[in-house]
Design a protein around this ligand. Structure first.
Ligand SMILES: [Fe+2]
Ligand SMILES: [Fe+2]
Length: 166
């Protein structure tokens, strides 16, 4: 991996913080995938519902904040550094799709057993897209940010990330 914490030199590094967020999103996504898998193999709907509740809270907090960090802080800096605007717009359009994830989780939560498989399949598909999105950001966007953004830019983003969390 190219994003080593060793290059932080004790200063806040916005990209490392965003990567930590990605790790948390991945952990939560895996938890939900496992719960969906468990349910498919005969587990109780109630167990799945509890995991869906946790995930729903997660999409409304950490995931929402992370999207905002990227859209309001990181992407504008990258655009200024010459990163193609249409790629950033596409990533933001994908963020919009992930807002629908929130709704999907809510629907899956309230679904009865009979209609659940189709809903769960849609949820799995959305989680797959979310993972692909994060991989692209890590491979392309975050690498570009490390290469092109100054230490000052990074510190500014990091400070604003903190400020947005109050
Ligand atoms: Fe993103
Ligand atoms: Fe991201």
């Amino acid at each position: 991996m190219i994003w080593m914490r060793a290059d932080m030199k004790g200063k806040p590094n916005a990209i490392d913080e965003m990567l930590e967020c990605h790790s948390e999103i991945l952990r939560q996504s895996r938890r939900l995938e496992e719960a969906l898998e468990g349910f498919r193999k005969g587990g109780s709907r109630e167990d799945l519902r509890l995991t869906l509740d946790v995930f729903l809270l997660f999409t409304r907090t950490t995931l929402k904040l992370h999207k905002r960090d990227e859209e309001e802080l990181l992407f504008p800096c990258l655009a200024d550094a010459g990163f193609p605007g249409k790629d950033l717009e596409r990533l933001m359009a994908e963020h919009e799709e992930f807002s629908a994830l929130d709704e999907l989780v809510g629907l899956a939560r309230d679904f009865g057993k009979g209609g659940a498989p189709a809903m769960d399949a849609r949820l799995m598909e959305s989680l797959g897209k979310l993972k692909a999105h994060m991989k692209e950001e890590e491979d392309v966007i975050f690498s570009m940010a490390r290469e092109k953004l100054s230490e000052k830019d990074m510190e500014k983003i990091s400070e604003r990330m903190k400020a947005l969390r109050g």
